[in-house]
Design a protein around this ligand. Structure first.
Ligand code: SAM
Length: 243
């Protein structure tokens, strides 16, 4: 473990996904802003507000990448709280740690390299779990959702922010053109990496739609599962509770 992160065994499939993110880690933040025209900041702000974190809470940001959500949570939960930024990929996690440290955030943040499918945390530990644009990349999503349910406290909640299915008439063809044609082109121009962004477009199309993901969360044990469409359903925020 070259960055001193806690590590757990990672499967080969998961490793391939990790490879994609390894190759984009450095350009990751710029690409997020370019590809979403900056709107990912609003999606994340909405997620923070919906999480309803309080001082002293324990928060787990899964597939947390460069730490956008973790940074915001760290401010809200304060010194008596705890935020864990977790990702399967050491490069993303290292970028996240650098970014947070540079901004003076960190006293209450821990960094844990882990696969969302088998979380290395105690049962009933967290008040809040978030996974933003991460579940899509997880091989066994049902297993990951069950794992999240296990480590959540009774009364705790899970928020899944993810690409979903456009619900506004006429948006789908435009969006498909954008993701399958323009996105790889932009990936090539900015990160010299069309392939990773082709993978991104494909993973978005394969991902379960709003209703299917809600049912998957319920099957994993979550209750009062609701979702909110954003930007015409290009993105949706799912929220569910453990009681
Ligand atoms: N949450 C951040 C955000 O919204 O900017 C990062 C999202 S990034 C698109 C997806 C992240 O998922 C990558 O950092 C990748 O390493 C991570 N990831 C992929 N498969 C994973 C898995 N099985 N367990 C945990 N993290 C995973």
């Amino acid at each position: 473990t070259h960055f001193g992160f806690q590590q757990v065994p990672i499967t080969e499939k998961a490793n391939r996904v990790a490879g994609v993110f390894h190759s984009v880690a450095d350009k990751y933040d710029v690409m997020n802003d370019v590809m979403s025209f900056g709107v990912h900041r609003l999606w994340k702000r909405f997620t923070i507000d919906a999480a309803g974190a309080k001082r002293g809470n324990r928060v787990l940001d899964l597939a947390g990448g460069t730490g956008d959500l973790a940074a915001k949570f760290a401010r809200i939960v304060g010194e008596d709280g705890e935020v864990i930024l977790s990702d399967i990929n050491a490069s993303m996690l290292e970028n996240g740690r650098e970014r947070l440290t540079d901004r003076g955030i960190g006293g209450n943040v821990r960094y844990v390299q882990a696969n969302a499918e088998c979380l290395p945390f105690a049962d009933n530990h967290f008040d809040i779990i978030t996974i933003a644009f991460g579940l899509r990349n997880v091989t066994d999503k049902d297993k990951a959702l069950r794992s999240m349910y296990r480590v959540l406290k009774p009364g705790g909640r899970l928020l899944v922010l993810e690409f979903s299915k456009p619900v506004v008439p006429g948006l789908s063809p435009i969006y498909d053109h954008y993701s399958f044609k323009l996105l790889p082109m932009m990936g090539k121009l900015i990160a010299n990496d069309a392939e990773s962004y082709r993978y991104l477009a494909e993973s978005i199309r394969m991902h379960p739609d709003q209703v299917t993901l809600k049912a998957m969360m319920e099957a994993a044990g979550f209750e009062r599962v609701t979702y909110t469409n954003m930007t015409g359903g290009i993105v949706a925020l799912h929220k569910g509770f453990k009681f």
